[in-house]
Design a protein around this ligand. Structure first.
Ligand code: IMP
Length: 432
């Protein structure tokens, strides 16, 4: 197995961090290809509980090299803080590499993210406010500053004029359009000098490192961030993130060819959550939704916002599986549904008097869709901490099999709790 991708099948927060941590023991590289510190991956192990925002979740395994690929946008202050926290807990971060082609999230991106959201009023996307969208805008607009430029930061004839040019543009927007406070060139430049100093040992042309690793037969575990339904192209636009969390993003976001990824694991929660705005067909605005939120502590790992909660959406799940070509499914948080009298699964959408089984691309139309549910009897016996399929209550098994049918891909792993060992390996995780 050269490359294997772990991808969020829903709207993010599916529990990818735990799965990547679990699978990292058999790999030499764990790599991130999209998003920034809008992501929050929770990992619980012997060293404690960690909320990772940028560093790949493989960092806890001593033989794993972790790569932040070119498709990621990097807030250097956040990354340095994360490195410091890990080091303090006894984790060696010298095996972390950052692509010189990744773009920087600058302080003005964070300010613009927040100002733009505020100005949108009721149209706000509900971003994480971390500057991710504005940083990708600059990348596509070809005025972004890349991590590699920090290696040459003290070259006052190149770096400084670039920063000066960009900052003039940003300050004009911040002050004239939004009435905000301008940023000082000297202060930002000073920060860049410090970042350059501290990050220099980590910066490399990582696409070449990965191409060579794959050619020499090393295993590369590709860690997705967010989820396919937040994909800039294929998600519920405009209520999406500004990168490609689905499989396509992995090739461009790492600089590796298609044949290097042997398979992709889609991670799905046994129900649905989403943070921020946008339609959510199966949303539960009732006591059941509140119960799931509280039982599962569905609050954002990055922003602390309560997550919106709903039943499993089989229509969106099938769409996501087709988009990503998942070869295996990982089901997480099944234990949250333990003890519910019944559980529901959405098998179609009621739209203008007809039942459809495809997700519309237009969010205004999607917002009109009503869920068509199948209802399953619940289970009293716990699935929590189970490590064998045979230990699952029969009704939970029925539920799992129906999800498998709806997604159209085998469920190979089931996570039954936050710890590494709380995992059922239903079938060997291999290329099909
Ligand atoms: P942004 O990525 O901060 O621009 O936010 C855009 C949308 O994606 C918002 O609805 C966020 O709540 C959502 N989002 C971004 N990152 C995550 C994540 O890691 N988990 C869940 N939702 C996310």
């Amino acid at each position: 197995m050269p490359g294997y991708a772990v991808i969020g099948g829903q709207w993010g927060d599916e529990g990818k961090g735990k799965i990547v941590d679990f699978l990292s023991q058999d790999t030499q590289y764990v790599v991130r290809y999209s998003g920034g510190n809008n992501a929050g991956h929770t990992v619980i192990n012997k060293l404690g509980q960690f909320a990772l925002h940028l560093v790949p979740a493989g960092i806890f395994w001593p033989k794993v090299t972790c790569v932040i690929g070119n498709g990621v946008v990097v807030d250097p202050g956040v990354l340095l803080e994360e490195i410091a926290t890990l080091e303090k807990a006894g984790v060696n971060t010298s095996r972390l590499l950052i692509s010189d082609r990744a773009h920087l999230i600058m302080p003005y991106h964070v300010a613009l993210d927040q100002l733009e959201e505020r100005a949108k009023g009721s149209q706000a996307i509900g971003t994480t406010g971390k500057g991710v969208g504005p940083a990708y805008m600059d990348k596509v607009g070809r005025v972004g500053i890349r991590v590699g430029e920090l290696l040459d930061v003290d070259n006052e004839e190149v770096f400084l004029p670039h920063l000066d040019h960009v900052l003039k543009q940003k300050n004009a927007i911040i002050t004239k359009v939004y009435g905000g406070e301008p940023f000082s060139l000297a202060e930002i430049y000073q920060k860049c000098l410090e970042w350059g100093d501290l990050l220099r040992p980590y910066i490399q042309p990582t696409e070449m490192v990965l191409q060579e690793a794959i050619a020499s037969g090393d295993n590369v575990l590709i860690e997705g961030a967010q989820g396919a339904m937040l994909d800039i192209d294929h998600g519920t636009y405009p209520y999406v993130t500004s990168s490609s969390p689905s499989i396509g993003g992995a090739y461009t976001g790492l600089g590796i060819p298609p044949q290097s990824i042997a398979g992709s694991l889609g991670v799905f929660k046994a129900y649905t959550t989403r943070v921020g705005g946008g339609p959510l067909v199966t949303e539960l605005n009732d006591a059941t939704g509140d119960k799931i939120r509280e039982l599962a502590w569905e609050y954002g790992a990055t922003t602390g916002r309560p997550r919106r909660v709903g039943w499993f959406d089989g229509v969106a799940a099938r769409y996501s599986a087709n988009l990503n070509g998942f070869t295996s499914i990982v089901l997480t948080r099944l234990d949250v549904l333990d003890g519910f009298p019944s559980v529901k699964v959405c098998v179609g959408y009621q739209l203008d008097g007809k039942v459809v089984d495809r997700i519309p691309s237009n969010v205004a139309i999607l917002a009109r869709c009503q869920p068509v549910y199948e209802e399953f009897e619940g289970w009293d016996q716990p699935t929590a901490s189970a490590t064998e399929m045979e230990k699952l209550p029969p009704n939970a098994l029925k539920y799992v099999h129906r999800l498998e049918e709806l997604i159209g891909v085998p469920i190979d792993l089931i996570s039954t709790g936050p710890r590494r060992e709380e995992t059922i390996v239903n079938r060997p995780f291999i290329k099909r």
